[in-house]
Ligand binder design. Structure first.
Ligand code: COA
Length: 135
């Protein structure tokens, strides 16, 4: 399995929907609303993709100022490709692009907490104001 990690400058809504739809995030992101997904991508300053033979199999979608902090809004690897180091690889490439001066923050779903602990990230207290319109 040869995986290429790269910055995605022109990610399409359909590719995002395809990957997210293949994970447990499918019910947690507005993948039935391509117009909203397109706006989400447009507003993301940094997206890292993992590709196998050109096919997107995972992504990290982030907002960052590139000098101080980065918020990772989505980290996802297709169910079919999980457990092969791709999630770790996406975050490694993210840190590589950002450099040492930028902290990365995210809010983990309970089922992903062990993953972040396993790769050595620090737990932190987060606060969240939920949206009212989620579709
Ligand atoms: C969480 C997710 C991104 C991890 O990606 P992945 O490619 O499966 O993870 P990796 O193969 O890189 O795993 C790296 C290490 O973490 C471990 N790991 C992976 N998922 C884990 C989990 N849920 N709990 C505990 N350990 C986990 C792996 O065994 C591996 O350990 P190793 O170093 O001993 O080999 C992926 O499972 C996913 O997309 N889940 C659905 C969406 C999601 O929950 N995203 C996170 C939102 S907060």
């Amino acid at each position: 399995m040869s995986i290429i990690y790269q910055r995605e400058e022109n990610l399409s809504a359909s590719e995002y929907i395809d990957v997210i739809g293949g994970t447990s995030l499918a019910s947690k992101r507005p993948i039935t609303n391509p117009a909203r997904v397109a706006e989400m991508i447009k507003g993301s300053s940094l997206i890292i993709g993992a590709r196998e033979n050109g096919r997107l199999i995972g992504l990290a979608r982030c907002m960052t100022d590139f000098v101080w902090v980065c918020y990772c809004a989505d980290l996802a690897v297709r169910d079919s490709h999980q457990g092969k180091g791709i999630g770790r690889g996406l975050l490694k490439e993210l840190l590589n692009v950002l450099g040492d001066g930028v902290a990365v923050t995210l809010i983990a779903y309970p089922e992903a907490v062990s993953f972040y602990e396993r790769i050595g990230w620090q737990a932190s207290v987060g606060f969240y104001h939920p949206r009212k319109d989620a579709d």
